[in-house]
Design a protein around this ligand. Structure first.
Ligand code: OAD
Length: 233
């Protein structure tokens, strides 16, 4: 059985990272379009760098650690290495720290920066600013967070669609269904004849198109579901 898993901010909420669509409509006190668009970066690169520097520091703080849901997915990948594709919209590294070795970060990664001059992507755990030089081409002021912003193409789409077309089961975890193309993966999986399952705290915008939906905390629902899959594998 081939399984494609899509995770969103809800899987990291219990690890202390705020989800995007909290009730105040702001992302950590900022309007999403100011800090998550190429236009926002051109207007105020310093502000955008400071915003991602703060997110990066928060991610690396001692209190942010993977939870039972991240660990359960890593256990599933270890048990069925050739059969599970893990796609995340999250830019944190909690799947990796939870033990997952292959994770497709369709919206990029907080701990990486990209040079707009030469295209080089590299790991960057420290603060970044417009004064930084690219370590590859040496140009100054060209580094940006390696995050997919609104209006930009998510990463690895061919690989993801190809896995969805072969999937027997598609599972979405902790995602609200607001952002495409990820919100449309369930339609691709349904069209390919896969069974579809949603694990989320609330009803999402796309709950009705899943074959089955379970509501609750990811830290409870995901380990339960993984044990269920492994007991039939
Ligand atoms: P959202 O913040 O839109 O949705 C998070 C979902 O997780 C909601 O449906 C919550 O009900 C659910 N949730 C919260 N806590 C949970 C828990 N403990 N267990 C299970 N579910 C829980 O986040 P995403 O759908 O991931 O894009 O957002 C998608 C994209 O929008 C993000 O990747 C980001 C943002 O703009 C980019 O940055 C490109």
């Amino acid at each position: 059985m081939k399984i494609v898993i899509l995770t969103g901010a809800g899987i990291s909420a219990e690890s202390g990272i705020q989800t995007f669509r909290a009730s105040d409509g702001l992302w950590e006190g900022h309007r999403i379009e100011d800090v998550a668009s190429p236009e926002g970066f051109v207007r105020h690169p310093e502000v955008v760098h400071q915003f991602y520097n703060a997110r990066r520091r928060q991610l690396m703080s001692e209190s942010v650690v993977p939870n039972a849901a991240h660990r359960a997915l890593a256990k599933l990948q270890r048990a069925l290495p050739e059969r599970v594709t893990l796609v995340t919209q999250n830019v944190d590294d909690l799947h990796e720290r939870g033990g997952s070795t292959k994770v497709i970060h369709m919206h990029g990664e907080l701990l990486k920066v990209c040079c707009q001059g030469c295209g080089e992507v590299f790991i960057h755990r420290d603060d970044c600013s417009p004064a930084h030089a690219c370590t590859a081409c040496r140009r100054v002021g060209e580094l940006r967070p390696d995050i997919v912003w609104f209006g930009e193409m998510p990463k690895a789409m061919n690989e993801i669609y190809s896995a969805l077309e072969k999937a027997d089961l598609f599972v979405a975890i902790g995602t609200s269904g607001h952002v495409y193309p990820a919100a449309g993966f369930v339609d691709v999986a349904n069209a390919a004849g896969a069974k579809t399952l949603e694990l989320n705290m609330d009803v999402s915008l796309v709950t009705s198109v899943f074959d089955e939906a379970r509501q609750g905390l990811a830290s409870a629902l995901v380990p339960e579901w993984v044990d269920q899959v492994l007991s039939h594998a």
